[in-house]
Design a binder for this molecule. Sequence first.
Ligand code: PLP
Length: 446
Amino acid sequence: SATDLEAGRRAHELDRAHVFHSWQAQALFQPMTVLAASGSYVWDGDGNRLIDLSSQLVNTNIGHQHPAVVAAIQEQAGRLCTVAPQHVNDARSEAARLITELTPAGLDRVFFTNGGADAVEHAIRMARLHTGRTKVLSAYRSYHGGTQLAVNVTGDPRRFANDYSAEGVVHFMPAYTYRSYFGSTTEEEETERALRHLEDLIVLEGPTNIAALILETIPGTAGIYLPPPGYLAGVRELTHRFGIVLIADEVMAGFGRSGAWFAFDHWDLEPDLVAFAKGVNSGYVPLGGVAIRDEIAATFDERAYPGGLTYSGHPLACAAAVATITAMREEGMVDNAARLGREVIGPRLREIAERHPSVGDVRGLGCFWAVELVKNRETREPLAPYGGSSPAMTELTAALRTGGVLPFVNFNRVHVVPPLNIPDDDLHAGLDVLDEALSVADAHVG
Ligand code: PLP
Protein backbone atom coordinates (compact mmCIF):
# COMPACT_ATOMS: atom_id res chain seq x y z
CA SER A 1 0.00 0.00 0.00
CA ALA A 2 0.96 3.69 -0.26
CA THR A 3 1.48 3.79 3.54
CA ASP A 4 3.91 0.84 3.38
CA LEU A 5 5.84 2.46 0.53
CA GLU A 6 6.01 5.69 2.52
CA ALA A 7 7.17 3.81 5.66
CA GLY A 8 9.83 2.12 3.53
CA ARG A 9 11.06 5.43 2.11
CA ARG A 10 11.27 6.95 5.60
CA ALA A 11 13.16 3.87 6.91
CA HIS A 12 15.59 4.11 4.01
CA GLU A 13 16.24 7.80 4.65
CA LEU A 14 16.90 7.18 8.36
CA ASP A 15 19.08 4.19 7.52
CA ARG A 16 21.30 6.27 5.26
CA ALA A 17 21.55 8.97 7.93
CA HIS A 18 22.15 6.81 11.01
CA VAL A 19 22.78 3.10 10.40
CA PHE A 20 26.35 1.83 9.99
CA HIS A 21 26.25 -1.45 8.03
CA SER A 22 28.34 -4.65 8.26
CA TRP A 23 31.24 -5.05 5.79
CA GLN A 24 30.25 -2.03 3.64
CA ALA A 25 31.80 1.17 2.35
CA GLN A 26 29.08 3.24 3.99
CA ALA A 27 28.74 6.03 1.42
CA LEU A 28 28.76 3.66 -1.57
CA PHE A 29 26.34 1.10 -0.17
CA GLN A 30 22.84 0.94 -1.68
CA PRO A 31 20.78 -1.23 0.65
CA MET A 32 17.45 -2.78 -0.28
CA THR A 33 14.52 -2.09 2.04
CA VAL A 34 12.51 -5.04 3.40
CA LEU A 35 9.56 -4.41 5.66
CA ALA A 36 7.68 -7.62 4.94
CA ALA A 37 8.45 -11.26 4.19
CA SER A 38 6.48 -14.49 4.24
CA GLY A 39 7.62 -18.07 3.57
CA SER A 40 10.01 -17.90 0.62
CA TYR A 41 9.05 -14.35 -0.39
CA VAL A 42 10.33 -10.92 0.55
CA TRP A 43 8.95 -7.58 -0.60
CA ASP A 44 11.37 -4.80 -1.44
CA GLY A 45 10.89 -1.08 -0.72
CA ASP A 46 9.18 -0.55 -4.08
CA GLY A 47 6.62 -3.26 -3.34
CA ASN A 48 8.18 -5.89 -5.63
CA ARG A 49 7.88 -9.51 -4.53
CA LEU A 50 11.12 -11.50 -4.70
CA ILE A 51 11.71 -15.24 -4.32
CA ASP A 52 14.30 -15.56 -1.57
CA LEU A 53 16.89 -18.01 -2.91
CA SER A 54 19.36 -16.66 -0.32
CA SER A 55 17.45 -17.47 2.89
CA GLN A 56 18.86 -14.04 3.90
CA LEU A 57 22.38 -14.98 5.06
CA VAL A 58 21.53 -18.68 4.61
CA ASN A 59 19.67 -18.75 7.92
CA THR A 60 15.89 -18.76 7.32
CA ASN A 61 15.84 -22.54 6.86
CA ILE A 62 12.09 -22.68 7.69
CA GLY A 63 11.29 -19.57 5.61
CA HIS A 64 9.98 -16.28 6.93
CA GLN A 65 7.29 -15.91 9.60
CA HIS A 66 6.63 -19.60 10.29
CA PRO A 67 3.40 -19.34 12.34
CA ALA A 68 4.39 -21.94 14.98
CA VAL A 69 7.69 -20.19 15.68
CA VAL A 70 6.13 -16.72 15.72
CA ALA A 71 3.53 -18.03 18.21
CA ALA A 72 6.21 -19.64 20.41
CA ILE A 73 8.17 -16.38 20.58
CA GLN A 74 4.97 -14.46 21.40
CA GLU A 75 4.03 -16.99 24.08
CA GLN A 76 7.51 -16.84 25.66
CA ALA A 77 7.51 -13.02 25.49
CA GLY A 78 4.20 -12.96 27.35
CA ARG A 79 5.62 -15.21 30.08
CA LEU A 80 9.30 -14.32 30.55
CA CYS A 81 11.30 -12.22 28.07
CA THR A 82 14.70 -12.60 29.67
CA VAL A 83 16.57 -14.18 32.56
CA ALA A 84 20.22 -14.21 33.66
CA PRO A 85 22.27 -17.11 32.26
CA GLN A 86 22.97 -18.67 35.68
CA HIS A 87 19.28 -19.42 36.31
CA VAL A 88 17.54 -22.53 35.01
CA ASN A 89 15.00 -21.79 32.32
CA ASP A 90 12.55 -24.25 30.71
CA ALA A 91 13.01 -22.95 27.13
CA ARG A 92 16.80 -23.24 27.45
CA SER A 93 16.70 -26.72 29.01
CA GLU A 94 14.40 -28.02 26.29
CA ALA A 95 16.41 -26.42 23.47
CA ALA A 96 19.59 -28.08 24.84
CA ARG A 97 17.82 -31.44 25.07
CA LEU A 98 16.56 -31.22 21.47
CA ILE A 99 19.94 -30.13 20.09
CA THR A 100 21.86 -32.92 21.88
CA GLU A 101 19.33 -35.41 20.54
CA LEU A 102 20.53 -34.41 17.05
CA THR A 103 24.30 -34.30 17.70
CA PRO A 104 26.44 -37.49 17.73
CA ALA A 105 26.46 -39.69 20.86
CA GLY A 106 28.80 -38.36 23.53
CA LEU A 107 28.10 -34.68 22.81
CA ASP A 108 25.59 -34.16 25.60
CA ARG A 109 26.06 -30.54 26.64
CA VAL A 110 25.41 -27.21 24.97
CA PHE A 111 26.93 -23.79 25.67
CA PHE A 112 24.67 -21.13 24.15
CA THR A 113 25.97 -17.97 22.48
CA ASN A 114 24.39 -15.08 20.58
CA GLY A 115 25.52 -16.23 17.13
CA GLY A 116 28.07 -18.14 15.08
CA ALA A 117 31.25 -16.10 15.63
CA ASP A 118 31.06 -16.32 19.40
CA ALA A 119 30.26 -20.04 19.11
CA VAL A 120 33.54 -20.45 17.19
CA GLU A 121 35.44 -18.33 19.74
CA HIS A 122 34.16 -20.41 22.65
CA ALA A 123 34.78 -23.72 20.88
CA ILE A 124 38.43 -22.71 20.40
CA ARG A 125 38.70 -21.49 23.99
CA MET A 126 37.38 -24.82 25.25
CA ALA A 127 39.79 -26.75 23.04
CA ARG A 128 42.76 -24.69 24.23
CA LEU A 129 41.91 -25.10 27.90
CA HIS A 130 41.12 -28.79 27.49
CA THR A 131 44.40 -29.61 25.72
CA GLY A 132 46.66 -26.98 27.32
CA ARG A 133 47.87 -26.20 23.78
CA THR A 134 47.53 -22.93 21.83
CA LYS A 135 47.73 -23.41 18.06
CA VAL A 136 44.61 -23.65 15.91
CA LEU A 137 44.55 -25.00 12.34
CA SER A 138 41.93 -23.74 9.92
CA ALA A 139 41.34 -23.80 6.18
CA TYR A 140 41.87 -21.15 3.54
CA ARG A 141 38.64 -20.52 1.63
CA SER A 142 36.52 -20.59 4.78
CA TYR A 143 34.41 -18.26 6.90
CA HIS A 144 34.11 -18.56 10.67
CA GLY A 145 32.78 -15.16 11.78
CA GLY A 146 33.55 -11.49 12.26
CA THR A 147 34.88 -11.25 15.85
CA GLN A 148 38.64 -11.13 16.38
CA LEU A 149 39.62 -14.78 16.77
CA ALA A 150 36.83 -16.00 14.48
CA VAL A 151 38.00 -13.66 11.70
CA ASN A 152 41.63 -14.71 12.30
CA VAL A 153 40.81 -18.38 11.73
CA THR A 154 38.68 -17.41 8.72
CA GLY A 155 40.23 -17.98 5.31
CA ASP A 156 38.49 -15.21 3.33
CA PRO A 157 39.62 -11.69 2.32
CA ARG A 158 37.58 -10.23 5.18
CA ARG A 159 40.40 -11.51 7.40
CA PHE A 160 43.10 -9.38 5.75
CA ALA A 161 42.32 -6.06 7.46
CA ASN A 162 41.85 -7.78 10.82
CA ASP A 163 44.90 -10.02 10.83
CA TYR A 164 46.62 -8.97 14.01
CA SER A 165 46.60 -10.74 17.39
CA ALA A 166 46.24 -13.96 15.38
CA GLU A 167 48.61 -15.79 17.72
CA GLY A 168 48.73 -19.51 17.07
CA VAL A 169 46.46 -19.48 14.00
CA VAL A 170 47.83 -21.57 11.09
CA HIS A 171 45.99 -22.00 7.78
CA PHE A 172 46.03 -25.08 5.56
CA MET A 173 44.81 -25.70 1.99
CA PRO A 174 41.51 -27.55 1.99
CA ALA A 175 40.46 -30.22 -0.48
CA TYR A 176 38.70 -28.39 -3.34
CA THR A 177 38.79 -30.53 -6.43
CA TYR A 178 37.47 -27.96 -8.96
CA ARG A 179 40.32 -25.56 -8.12
CA SER A 180 42.85 -28.02 -6.77
CA TYR A 181 45.89 -26.40 -5.22
CA PHE A 182 47.56 -29.80 -5.45
CA GLY A 183 47.07 -30.21 -9.20
CA SER A 184 44.70 -33.12 -8.69
CA THR A 185 42.47 -34.22 -11.52
CA THR A 186 40.32 -36.68 -9.55
CA GLU A 187 38.63 -36.61 -6.16
CA GLU A 188 40.73 -39.58 -4.99
CA GLU A 189 43.91 -37.70 -5.83
CA GLU A 190 42.64 -34.55 -4.12
CA THR A 191 41.79 -36.45 -0.92
CA GLU A 192 45.16 -38.14 -0.81
CA ARG A 193 47.20 -34.99 -1.56
CA ALA A 194 45.19 -32.67 0.72
CA LEU A 195 45.58 -35.15 3.60
CA ARG A 196 49.31 -35.51 2.97
CA HIS A 197 49.62 -31.69 3.04
CA LEU A 198 47.66 -31.54 6.30
CA GLU A 199 49.75 -34.25 7.92
CA ASP A 200 52.98 -32.52 6.87
CA LEU A 201 51.69 -29.22 8.23
CA ILE A 202 50.80 -30.79 11.58
CA VAL A 203 54.23 -32.39 11.87
CA LEU A 204 56.03 -29.19 10.85
CA GLU A 205 53.99 -27.00 13.22
CA GLY A 206 54.57 -29.40 16.14
CA PRO A 207 51.64 -31.67 16.97
CA THR A 208 51.97 -31.12 20.71
CA ASN A 209 51.33 -27.40 20.21
CA ILE A 210 48.08 -27.82 18.30
CA ALA A 211 44.88 -27.51 20.32
CA ALA A 212 42.27 -27.64 17.59
CA LEU A 213 41.50 -28.02 13.93
CA ILE A 214 38.38 -26.14 12.86
CA LEU A 215 36.62 -26.68 9.57
CA GLU A 216 33.27 -26.11 7.95
CA THR A 217 32.00 -29.59 7.14
CA ILE A 218 30.79 -28.12 3.85
CA PRO A 219 32.36 -24.67 3.40
CA GLY A 220 29.51 -22.21 2.84
CA THR A 221 30.24 -18.62 1.81
CA ALA A 222 33.59 -19.77 0.42
CA GLY A 223 31.87 -21.85 -2.26
CA ILE A 224 29.85 -24.87 -1.04
CA TYR A 225 32.65 -27.17 -2.20
CA LEU A 226 31.91 -30.68 -0.94
CA PRO A 227 34.67 -32.66 0.77
CA PRO A 228 35.80 -35.43 -1.62
CA PRO A 229 35.24 -39.03 -0.44
CA GLY A 230 37.61 -39.99 2.38
CA TYR A 231 38.73 -36.44 3.19
CA LEU A 232 36.77 -35.95 6.40
CA ALA A 233 37.59 -39.48 7.60
CA GLY A 234 41.25 -38.67 7.00
CA VAL A 235 41.01 -35.40 8.94
CA ARG A 236 39.34 -37.26 11.81
CA GLU A 237 42.12 -39.87 11.79
CA LEU A 238 44.87 -37.24 11.86
CA THR A 239 43.22 -35.27 14.69
CA HIS A 240 42.78 -38.48 16.72
CA ARG A 241 46.35 -39.56 16.06
CA PHE A 242 47.80 -36.22 17.22
CA GLY A 243 45.37 -35.51 20.08
CA ILE A 244 43.87 -32.46 18.34
CA VAL A 245 40.30 -31.37 19.12
CA LEU A 246 38.19 -31.40 15.94
CA ILE A 247 35.71 -28.52 15.75
CA ALA A 248 33.01 -28.77 13.08
CA ASP A 249 31.67 -25.36 12.12
CA GLU A 250 28.07 -26.18 11.19
CA VAL A 251 26.85 -22.59 11.50
CA MET A 252 25.72 -22.48 7.86
CA ALA A 253 25.65 -26.17 6.89
CA GLY A 254 23.75 -27.37 9.99
CA PHE A 255 20.10 -27.74 10.86
CA GLY A 256 18.92 -29.35 7.66
CA ARG A 257 20.57 -27.07 5.11
CA SER A 258 22.39 -29.94 3.34
CA GLY A 259 19.49 -32.41 3.59
CA ALA A 260 20.76 -33.92 6.87
CA TRP A 261 20.44 -32.46 10.36
CA PHE A 262 24.18 -31.80 10.30
CA ALA A 263 26.37 -31.93 7.21
CA PHE A 264 28.78 -34.32 8.99
CA ASP A 265 25.97 -36.92 9.06
CA HIS A 266 26.57 -37.47 5.31
CA TRP A 267 30.08 -38.72 6.04
CA ASP A 268 29.58 -40.26 9.51
CA LEU A 269 32.03 -37.76 10.94
CA GLU A 270 31.97 -37.44 14.72
CA PRO A 271 33.59 -34.14 15.74
CA ASP A 272 34.50 -33.17 19.30
CA LEU A 273 32.85 -29.75 19.29
CA VAL A 274 30.07 -28.50 17.03
CA ALA A 275 29.58 -24.76 16.50
CA PHE A 276 26.04 -23.92 15.36
CA ALA A 277 23.81 -20.84 14.89
CA LYS A 278 21.62 -19.63 11.97
CA GLY A 279 19.28 -22.59 11.22
CA VAL A 280 18.95 -23.61 14.89
CA ASN A 281 16.02 -21.17 15.05
CA SER A 282 16.18 -19.74 11.53
CA GLY A 283 17.56 -16.52 13.02
CA TYR A 284 14.16 -15.37 14.27
CA VAL A 285 16.00 -14.36 17.47
CA PRO A 286 19.84 -14.36 17.57
CA LEU A 287 21.19 -17.70 18.84
CA GLY A 288 24.28 -19.83 18.47
CA GLY A 289 26.12 -22.37 20.54
CA VAL A 290 28.64 -25.15 20.95
CA ALA A 291 27.71 -28.82 21.44
CA ILE A 292 30.46 -30.30 23.63
CA ARG A 293 31.93 -33.82 23.83
CA ASP A 294 31.63 -35.21 27.36
CA GLU A 295 35.42 -35.46 27.95
CA ILE A 296 35.85 -31.79 27.09
CA ALA A 297 32.88 -30.74 29.19
CA ALA A 298 34.41 -32.72 32.09
CA THR A 299 37.48 -30.45 32.00
CA PHE A 300 35.19 -27.86 33.52
CA ASP A 301 33.56 -30.10 36.15
CA GLU A 302 35.77 -28.96 39.02
CA ARG A 303 37.31 -25.91 37.36
CA ALA A 304 35.23 -22.90 36.32
CA TYR A 305 34.80 -22.34 32.60
CA PRO A 306 36.30 -18.89 32.01
CA GLY A 307 33.69 -17.51 29.63
CA GLY A 308 30.10 -16.31 29.50
CA LEU A 309 27.52 -13.95 28.04
CA THR A 310 24.63 -12.01 29.57
CA TYR A 311 22.27 -13.52 26.99
CA SER A 312 23.62 -17.10 26.97
CA GLY A 313 20.55 -19.26 26.45
CA HIS A 314 18.16 -16.31 26.06
CA PRO A 315 14.56 -17.51 26.61
CA LEU A 316 13.13 -15.88 23.45
CA ALA A 317 15.90 -17.36 21.29
CA CYS A 318 15.63 -20.80 22.93
CA ALA A 319 11.83 -20.87 22.67
CA ALA A 320 12.29 -20.09 18.97
CA ALA A 321 14.80 -22.98 18.68
CA VAL A 322 12.43 -25.44 20.34
CA ALA A 323 9.60 -24.42 18.01
CA THR A 324 11.87 -24.43 14.94
CA ILE A 325 13.29 -27.91 15.55
CA THR A 326 9.80 -29.21 16.33
CA ALA A 327 8.32 -27.69 13.16
CA MET A 328 11.21 -29.04 11.08
CA ARG A 329 10.56 -32.53 12.45
CA GLU A 330 6.79 -32.42 12.14
CA GLU A 331 6.90 -31.07 8.61
CA GLY A 332 9.74 -33.33 7.42
CA MET A 333 11.80 -30.35 6.28
CA VAL A 334 15.19 -32.08 6.37
CA ASP A 335 13.99 -34.90 4.11
CA ASN A 336 12.34 -32.30 1.91
CA ALA A 337 15.64 -30.44 1.59
CA ALA A 338 17.34 -33.69 0.54
CA ARG A 339 14.59 -34.33 -2.02
CA LEU A 340 14.76 -30.80 -3.43
CA GLY A 341 18.52 -31.19 -3.91
CA ARG A 342 18.22 -34.63 -5.50
CA GLU A 343 15.15 -34.08 -7.68
CA VAL A 344 14.96 -30.36 -8.41
CA ILE A 345 18.04 -28.22 -7.77
CA GLY A 346 20.72 -30.74 -8.79
CA PRO A 347 19.11 -31.89 -12.06
CA ARG A 348 18.04 -28.39 -13.06
CA LEU A 349 21.44 -26.82 -12.34
CA ARG A 350 23.20 -29.57 -14.30
CA GLU A 351 20.88 -28.97 -17.21
CA ILE A 352 21.42 -25.20 -16.93
CA ALA A 353 25.20 -25.80 -16.86
CA GLU A 354 25.00 -27.65 -20.17
CA ARG A 355 23.39 -24.71 -21.91
CA HIS A 356 25.36 -21.82 -20.38
CA PRO A 357 29.08 -21.57 -21.21
CA SER A 358 29.62 -19.23 -18.22
CA VAL A 359 28.85 -22.06 -15.80
CA GLY A 360 32.09 -23.76 -14.80
CA ASP A 361 30.80 -25.98 -12.02
CA VAL A 362 27.61 -26.74 -10.11
CA ARG A 363 27.75 -28.61 -6.81
CA GLY A 364 25.86 -29.08 -3.59
CA LEU A 365 23.53 -31.17 -1.47
CA GLY A 366 20.04 -30.55 -0.16
CA CYS A 367 19.21 -26.83 -0.31
CA PHE A 368 22.90 -25.88 -0.35
CA TRP A 369 24.22 -25.31 -3.91
CA ALA A 370 26.81 -23.18 -5.69
CA VAL A 371 26.99 -22.19 -9.34
CA GLU A 372 30.58 -21.24 -10.10
CA LEU A 373 30.92 -18.88 -13.07
CA VAL A 374 33.93 -18.67 -15.37
CA LYS A 375 35.19 -16.68 -18.34
CA ASN A 376 36.47 -19.84 -19.90
CA ARG A 377 35.60 -23.43 -19.08
CA GLU A 378 38.98 -24.78 -20.11
CA THR A 379 41.13 -22.40 -18.07
CA ARG A 380 38.45 -22.05 -15.36
CA GLU A 381 39.33 -18.34 -15.07
CA PRO A 382 36.72 -17.01 -12.64
CA LEU A 383 34.13 -14.45 -13.81
CA ALA A 384 35.21 -12.23 -10.90
CA PRO A 385 38.56 -12.31 -9.10
CA TYR A 386 38.96 -13.88 -5.66
CA GLY A 387 37.78 -11.30 -3.12
CA GLY A 388 36.12 -9.03 -5.67
CA SER A 389 33.30 -8.54 -8.13
CA SER A 390 33.21 -7.68 -11.85
CA PRO A 391 30.85 -5.95 -14.28
CA ALA A 392 29.64 -9.42 -15.36
CA MET A 393 28.72 -10.43 -11.81
CA THR A 394 27.11 -7.05 -11.10
CA GLU A 395 24.98 -7.34 -14.25
CA LEU A 396 24.02 -10.90 -13.39
CA THR A 397 22.98 -9.93 -9.86
CA ALA A 398 20.89 -7.06 -11.25
CA ALA A 399 19.24 -9.40 -13.80
CA LEU A 400 18.30 -11.83 -11.02
CA ARG A 401 16.75 -9.02 -8.98
CA THR A 402 14.87 -7.65 -11.99
CA GLY A 403 13.62 -11.15 -12.69
CA GLY A 404 12.23 -11.40 -9.16
CA VAL A 405 14.91 -13.38 -7.31
CA LEU A 406 16.89 -12.41 -4.25
CA PRO A 407 20.21 -14.27 -4.76
CA PHE A 408 23.24 -15.00 -2.57
CA VAL A 409 26.25 -13.89 -4.60
CA ASN A 410 29.92 -14.15 -3.59
CA PHE A 411 32.81 -13.26 -5.92
CA ASN A 412 32.23 -15.44 -9.06
CA ARG A 413 29.48 -17.58 -7.58
CA VAL A 414 25.70 -17.58 -7.26
CA HIS A 415 24.49 -19.77 -4.41
CA VAL A 416 21.10 -21.43 -4.59
CA VAL A 417 20.20 -21.69 -0.91
CA PRO A 418 16.41 -21.42 -0.51
CA PRO A 419 14.39 -22.23 2.61
CA LEU A 420 14.13 -26.01 3.10
CA ASN A 421 10.34 -25.83 2.77
CA ILE A 422 10.17 -23.68 -0.38
CA PRO A 423 7.25 -24.88 -2.52
CA ASP A 424 8.48 -26.73 -5.62
CA ASP A 425 6.72 -24.24 -7.92
CA ASP A 426 8.51 -21.28 -6.36
CA LEU A 427 11.84 -23.06 -6.57
CA HIS A 428 11.26 -23.85 -10.25
CA ALA A 429 10.23 -20.23 -10.87
CA GLY A 430 13.42 -19.01 -9.18
CA LEU A 431 15.57 -21.40 -11.21
CA ASP A 432 13.82 -20.22 -14.41
CA VAL A 433 14.94 -16.69 -13.54
CA LEU A 434 18.51 -17.90 -12.93
CA ASP A 435 18.48 -19.76 -16.26
CA GLU A 436 17.37 -16.63 -18.10
CA ALA A 437 19.71 -14.27 -16.20
CA LEU A 438 22.78 -16.42 -16.98
CA SER A 439 22.69 -15.27 -20.61
CA VAL A 440 24.03 -11.97 -19.19
CA ALA A 441 27.04 -13.87 -17.82
CA ASP A 442 27.44 -15.87 -21.05
CA ALA A 443 28.01 -12.61 -22.89
CA HIS A 444 31.27 -12.19 -20.92
CA VAL A 445 32.66 -15.60 -21.86
CA GLY A 446 35.69 -15.32 -24.10
N1 PLP B 1 30.64 -19.85 10.64
C1 PLP B 1 30.09 -19.99 9.42
C2 PLP B 1 30.33 -21.24 8.64
C3 PLP B 1 29.27 -18.98 8.90
O1 PLP B 1 28.74 -19.11 7.67
C4 PLP B 1 29.06 -17.80 9.67
C5 PLP B 1 28.23 -16.71 9.15
O2 PLP B 1 27.94 -16.60 7.99
C6 PLP B 1 29.67 -17.72 10.93
C7 PLP B 1 30.44 -18.76 11.39
C8 PLP B 1 29.48 -16.50 11.79
O3 PLP B 1 28.19 -16.46 12.30
P1 PLP B 1 27.57 -15.09 12.85
O4 PLP B 1 27.47 -14.16 11.68
O5 PLP B 1 26.25 -15.51 13.42
O6 PLP B 1 28.49 -14.57 13.91
